[in-house]
Design a protein around this ligand. Structure first.
Ligand SMILES: C[S@@+](CC[C@H](N)C(=O)[O-])C[C@H]1O[C@@H](n2cnc3c(N)ncnc32)[C@H](O)[C@@H]1O
Length: 225
């Protein structure tokens, strides 16, 4: 079994055992192959909308001898997921595209209990828009790999225990609660990045926005001081 990256391992750890999983943007089908061969799940759809990745994942699935457990689909987003799929994974895509792929088909989400996402941008929008589809953030993981901080979110059907604040949406309600060292390092890096930007020439509006972001991050860090 090919070893997963730290990021994909964190995604795999958020999958509930026995899930019926659709991995959207599966590329090499690495995640479903890992989950099936480890015995955590017994059925998955590996979905990609481009011919190159589709052929690659099909080849990998066949070579591993899992073509009865992993169905490879050349399709976009959740357009063609089966009705028994209860978990949708969308990892490694932009945040806005991630939201759009889910919002386009509310009917397809009827039986989907869990959505796991690892958006590489626009995290605030993802937290807000996926929550608006009838989910809450059950768990979050932050991983630092190849000099990048990744935030991986597990949404589950239901409503948040209390409405998310602006800081929750920007920084992650579960990450804020857990305050793991990787999250605190991320905050430090953000504070430094924003501070460097504030030292440049900015329009009044941009300066105000960056100042607000700086205050949010600095306040969050203060809790540990
Ligand atoms: C950067 S790779 C991510 C691979 C893997 N999910 C991961 O996180 O390592 C993104 C993959 O998503 C596929 N993709 C992009 N838009 C898609 C869409 N609308 N539907 C399905 N797959 C899509 C791309 O072809 C590509 O193979």
């Amino acid at each position: 079994m090919k070893k997963l990256s730290a990021r994909l391992s964190a995604v795999a750890s958020l999958v509930k055992a026995g899930s019926y999983l659709a991995d959207v943007g599966s590329d090499h089908a690495q995640l479903p192959l890992y989950l099936i061969s480890s015995g955590k799940i017994s059925y998955a759809m590996a979905i990609d909308n481009k011919m190159g990745p589709f052929l690659r994942m099909k080849q990998n699935v066949e070579a591993a001898g899992f073509k009865n457990q992993i169905y490879c689909s050349l399709s976009s987003g959740i357009n063609e997921i089966r009705t028994d799929i209860d978990t949708v994974v969308i990892c490694g895509l932009g945040g806005i595209l991630t939201c759009e792929l889910l919002e386009q088909h509310p009917d397809k989400l009827e039986n989907v209990e869990h959505i796991i996402v690892d958006p590489h941008r626009d995290l605030r929008a993802v937290r807000e828009r996926v929550t608006a589809l009838g989910y809450y953030i059950e768990d979050e993981r932050m991983v630092y790999e190849d000099k990048i901080y990744y935030s991986i979110m597990l949404f589950s059907k239901g409503v948040p225990p209390k409405p998310y604040t602006e800081t929750d949406l920007c920084l992650g309600p579960v990450l804020r609660q857990r305050r793991e060292p990787v999250f605190l390092s991320f905050l430090e890096e953000q504070r430094k990045k924003i501070s460097d930007i504030l030292n440049k020439n900015l329009s009044k509006e941009a300066r105000e926005n960056y100042l607000a972001a700086y205050r949010m991050v600095a306040n969050e860090l203060k809790k540990d001081a």
